[in-house]
Design a binder for this molecule. Structure first.
Ligand code: SF4
Length: 252
């Protein structure tokens, strides 16, 4: 079986059919502005920390890089794109101020991992890994979400749990802190590392998803993001494309 990433596991959890259409059948998703915006800001945060000596690039360099790598896909109009481009500049200027004042070289930036969980390969990229004064590690994931993360968001975030699993398998050093970094407000939202029981539960979940995929179990499951980019393949939405109404449930 091919390696699984967090995004694939999360997509399978929200709708197995969507997972199949995208990752097995290879259908292409539509470009969306928030993916372009998020990727651009991520690349700039990576550029800021990816230096060999503990002195970050100047703000001018970061903003120049931002202009060079800006991704335009998915914006509805030139005005909308210009508005977000300006907003991104503000975010990065604040990011530069906050992190230049207290700059420390990370242990790793945009680190690729590929680890084994009982025969299933888990792959991914971790935005940033820092070494804490205690000697333990801190895992940081950048997010361009609108809303600030709650305590529950942090405690239930599967991505952070899987990244802790991967980091501890790669380095044999304990992860002591997990962070979702809210880029829009430059806020560090952190919690303690997951317990052994939580890591074991996440491993079981990876194995369960892998097993379901190998059993070709791909039911359509409606969720808050419906319709996805492939409604013409979905039993819940196909009638809008073929003109055939779905069978009505008989009322009692
Ligand atoms: S539209 Fe259908 S296939 Fe797409 S996510 Fe919703 S239920 Fe799944």
């Amino acid at each position: 079986m091919k390696p699984l990433s967090y995004s694939q596991i999360a997509l399978y959890q929200s709708c197995p059919l969507h997972y199949k259409l995208q990752y097995i059948d290879g259908l292409k998703t539509k470009g969306k502005w928030y993916f372009s915006f998020g990727s651009t800001i991520h690349l700039c945060a990576e550029y800021f920390f990816k230096v060999r000596t503990p002195s970050p690039p100047s703000l001018e360099k970061v903003l120049k890089y931002y202009g060079e790598i800006w991704l335009s896909a998915g914006y509805q109009s030139a005005e909308e794109e210009a508005r977000y481009k300006d907003y991104g500049r503000q975010i990065l200027t604040k990011f530069w101020e906050v992190h230049s004042a207290d700059f420390r070289l990370p242990v790793a930036i945009e680190r690729m991992f590929y680890v084994d969980i009982d025969g299933i390969k888990l792959k991914g990229f971790i935005d940033r890994i820092d070494k804490l004064d205690s000697g333990g590690l801190s895992v940081v994931d950048y997010k361009t979400n609108k809303k600030l993360f709650t305590k529950a968001d942090l405690e239930n975030d599967l991505q952070l749990t899987l990244y802790q699993l991967a980091v501890e398998k790669m380095w044999f050093l304990p992860v002591e802190k997990l962070t979702l970094y809210h880029l829009r407000s430059n806020t560090t939202c952190s919690c303690a590392a997951r317990s052994e029981e939580q890591l074991e539960a996440a491993s079981r979940l990876v194995l369960e998803v892998a097993e379901n995929i190998s059993q070709n179990s791909f039911p359509a499951t409606e969720n808050q993001y419906c319709p996805c980019d492939f409604p013409e393949y979905c039993p819940y939405y196909i009638h809008k494309y073929s003109g055939i109404a779905p069978e009505l449930q008989e009322s009692e």
